[in-house]
Design a protein around this ligand. Sequence first.
Ligand SMILES: O=C(O)CCC(=O)C(=O)O
Length: 272
Amino acid sequence: MPLTERAVLRAALIQADIQIGQPEANRLHMEVLLERAVSAEPKPNLLVLPEMWNTGYALEQIQELADPDGRESREWLSAFAKRHGVTIVGGSIAEKKDGGIYNTMYVFNEEGDTTAQYSKIHLFRLMDEEKHLEAGDEIVNFALREGFQAGASICYDIRFPELARTQALNGVKVLIVPAEWPHPRLHHWRTLLMARAIENQMYVIACNRVGVSGSTEFFGHSLIIDPWGEIVAEGGEGEEIVTGELDLGLVDEVRGRIPVFEDRRPDIYRKP
Ligand SMILES: O=C(O)CCC(=O)C(=O)O
C-alpha cells in the first residue's frame, strides 16, 4: 500500500550484536549504533533496541549482572532520548527488582521521561528463562503520538495471540517487539509477526539481535510490517540499522476496509 502525505513516524531498529555477560561493553556499543541512527537523514523519531541487550542470556550470572532497578540503563537511555529529541523503546534489559530479576522494557519520550515499563509475561522455557527470571503480570500499552497507541511485547510473547488481540481491543495500533530469536526458527518468527499484523490490522515493529552466543545463532531479520501485512523493511543477518516509515492513518483505513473488529463474535467464543 503506498504511503500518503499523512503523518508518518520514522522508526529505526537497532539490529545489534550483544556480548554475553558484558553490560558495559554492550552499552557502549549500543550508544555508537544509536548515534549512527540519529545522524541519518531524515532523522528517525522512534528508536527500538533488541531484547536483553545489557547482559544477553547470561542467565547463570544474572543475579550479579542485572541492573538494579534498571537505574544505569534508564539514565543513559533517558539522557539520549532527551539530547536527540527522539522516542526510545529501550528493547529490554535484565532488571533486578524486589529481589528478583525481570526481563524489562523501558520507554522514553522526546523529553527523556519514562512513559512505560513492561516486564515480559511469558518466560521461554527452551532457554530456561523461568529458572532465573520472574514473569511480569501486566499488559502494557503506551502512546507514541496522540491517538497512536503502542503495545509492548517481548520475543516469545508473540506466540500468544491473545496478548496482541487484547492490546488491539484496547486501542493499540502498533505492536513493538524486541527479541533475541535464534535459528532455526526464522519461519516461526516471520510468520507469527505477519499473523499478528494481519489479524489485528496493526503495525508490527520487531527488533531482533544478531550474532552468536555459545551454540545459539541469532538471525536478525528485524521487521516493520504494515497493518495490511506488507513488509515495510526487513533486516538481513548482520548488524545494521533497519529503518522504515509508519503511516499513522493506515491502521484506521485497513480496519475500515475489512471490519474485523466489528465482525468479531465474542459471545460465541465464550461457549465451551
Ligand atoms: O519462541 C521462540 O522460538 C523464541 C523465543 C525466545 O527466544 C525468547 O523469548 O527469548
